[in-house]
Design a protein around this ligand. Structure first.
Ligand code: SAH
Length: 244
């Protein structure tokens, strides 16, 4: 897995987060994909507080304990909620702009780190990947590297809390059957590109994974996967712990 960091000139989300933090408003954060029409992420939502978070995220925050790692922490919304609840959290992100905002917002331990950086080696009791957090894995073929990294970072009784979605509803026919090309790539592998004002990011892979597939890979790599909670639209929160 590549473990690169972003720079400000190719970091549209970081620029949007910075604008919203400094001016309390932001332009449109546009999202493109070869599979969907153009969409946008409401920048305000990246600053959600514990009370306005979806139930899966609130559940994850409640279950998080000990030394917590928030992966891809963005504006620091989860890290701040955890700190307010008296919990100890380290927030990492590859976006220098976002990490700067996190520091200014009071995240005590915010670091510019790529999860897959080999020199990032510490132990945590809870590892959080939220807001379709499985996305950071990028592609199914990266799952072995992901589970290896989780093994390296977790204390023996630690666990990963990750939310994701089963994208099969995108391929559902009117009769309820599914049109998925079984010989093709996994249907949850999506390419995205973001733009904020004139700042364009590079194309990146984002993995949405259904629980059954996650569970299968988890077992193959020495993990136990539990379905903690299901959301209202094919989304769910999973807990991954080391199989004993
Ligand atoms: N968790 C935040 C932000 C989600 S957006 C929230 O719920 O609001 C995903 C974030 O992951 C972005 O800020 C992106 O910069 C970061 N990211 C992507 N790949 C990463 C990686 N390999 N390591 C660390 N952070 C990563």
């Amino acid at each position: 897995m590549k473990a690169t960091l972003l720079t400000a000139n190719i970091d549209p989300m970081g620029a949007a987060i910075t604008d919203y933090f400094t001016h309390h408003k932001a332009d449109r954060l546009r999202v493109f994909s070869s599979l969907f029409d153009e969409d946008e992420i409401p920048v305000k939502d990246l600053f959600r507080t514990a009370t306005s978070m979806p139930i899966l995220e609130r559940t994850a925050l409640k279950l998080a304990g000990g030394k917590i790692l928030d992966v891809g922490a963005g504006s620091g919304c989860h890290a701040l909620a955890l700190q307010e609840a008296g919990k100890e959290v380290c927030a990492i992100d590859i976006s220098p702009l976002s990490v700067e905002v996190m520091k200014q917002r009071g995240v005590k331990d915010a670091r510019l780190v790529n999860l897959f950086d080999e020199t990032f080696y510490e132990h945590f009791d809870t590892i959080l990947l939220l807001m379709n957090g499985s996305g950071i894995i990028g592609k199914i073929e990266n799952l072995p590297a992901f589970f290896l990294k989780m093994k390296q970072l977790l204390n023996p009784d630690g666990y990963v809390l990750m939310d994701s979605s089963d994208l099969r509803y995108l391929f559902e026919e009117e009769d309820g059957s599914y049109l998925v090309d079984l010989a093709g790539d996994y249907y949850g592998e999506i390419d995205f590109e973001m733009q904020y004002k004139d700042i364009k990011g590079s194309v990146f892979d984002w993995l949405y994974i259904d629980f059954q597939t996650l569970n299968m890979y988890a077992m193959q790599h020495g993990f136990k996967a539990e379905l903690v909670k299901e959301g209202s639209h094919y989304d769910y929160l999973a807990k991954l712990s080391l199989a004993k």
